[in-house]
Design a protein. Structure first.
Length: 305
């Protein structure tokens, strides 16, 4: 037997089989990045649940009113009482109480604006993607015009005409978010309307209403719903920008952007007045983006496929 034949003998085959069996019997290793990402996702869910819970239960918490002084002005974070946990602002009002009240404003505005843009934009995009030309051409032109117009200028125009409050700010931000959902809904409708089950339903005599709302809409909604948290994150930033410019929710009702604007003069002496609402915006926007990416991987069938 030659040296080459010996190398290919039963002993080598057996050892190769054992090696394959050993590899096959071992459990697959989860990459460290996946574990880290999963930890960030659940941490983001926890932050959002805590923020919503505090905003909802604010009247039940042992905190003074956001407009009532609780201690001396510009007091740093202190463990003397629950109200002074994050210190006080320029007027001695509890920073914790104002942050929680600001969470009510930011979350309500972002949720209301996101829901309005989601409903209107999804319906318009669904109709445009299904019926196509010439209706699709007109809606696409209107969408391009809305996207080309600077959103900040539009919001400033609304604030100069009507008195800013939660409803008007949410409506203005919702109008700004409509074109994004139109494009997403239109693209998904164009994809799903050419599937075999839709053509089969059309050949069986199904009307436009059944095709739109029974066959296509259930498949279009999940990816749009997964994108909603990301839009809400951008709405929080936009509302904070308006409040920072003095065109958002009027005082004394606090908002995170308004708190940053009010505390910028004390940034060198009392940085917590600015850093506390800034961190709230950062963590909330980061959490919403993480949740949006997670939901997209779970709900969007195109990503899973």
């Amino acid at each position: 037997m030659t040296h080459t034949q010996a190398a290919s003998g039963p002993g080598l085959k057996g050892s190769a089989t054992e090696r394959v069996g050993t590899v096959a019997d071992t459990d697959p290793e989860v990459p460290a990045g996946t574990r880290q990402r999963r930890f960030l996702v659940w941490l983001s869910y926890g932050w959002l649940v805590a923020a919503v819970g505090l905003a909802v239960t604010a009247p039940l918490l042992p905190l003074p009113s956001y407009a009532t002084p609780a201690a001396v002005p510009r007091l740093g974070p202190s463990f003397e009482s629950f109200a002074l946990l994050l210190g006080t602002d320029d007027l001695g009002r509890s920073e914790l109480s104002r942050v929680i009240s600001g969470a009510q404003v930011s979350l309500v505005v972002s949720a209301g604006a996101g829901a309005f843009g989601f409903v209107v934009g999804s319906f318009v995009g669904l109709v445009a993607g299904y019926f196509r030309r010439p209706l699709d051409t007109g809606i696409a032109l209107l969408t391009d015009v809305m996207l080309a117009f600077p959103p900040l200028i539009f919001l400033l125009a609304i604030a100069s005409v009507v008195t800013p409050d939660i409803k008007t700010v949410a409506l203005g931000l919702g109008i700004v978010g409509i074109p994004t959902f139109i494009r997403l809904a239109r693209a998904n409708t164009l994809s799903w309307s050419t599937r075999e089950f839709v053509r089969a339903a059309r050949n069986m005599g199904a009307g436009h209403r059944r095709l739109l709302f029974k066959e296509i809409l259930p498949n279009v909604i999940p990816p749009l719903a997964a994108y909603l948290p990301i839009v809400m994150a951008s709405m929080i930033v936009a509302e904070g920008s308006l409040s920072f410019l003095g065109l958002g929710i009027p005082s004394p009702r606090p908002s995170w952007g308004g708190m940053i604007s009010a505390g910028q003069s004390a940034l060198s002496d009392s940085p917590h007045i600015v850093f506390v609402p800034s961190l709230c915006i950062f963590f909330t926007v980061f959490a919403l983006n993480q949740v949006g990416d997670h939901l997209r991987g779970r709900l969007d069938r195109t990503v899973r496929d």
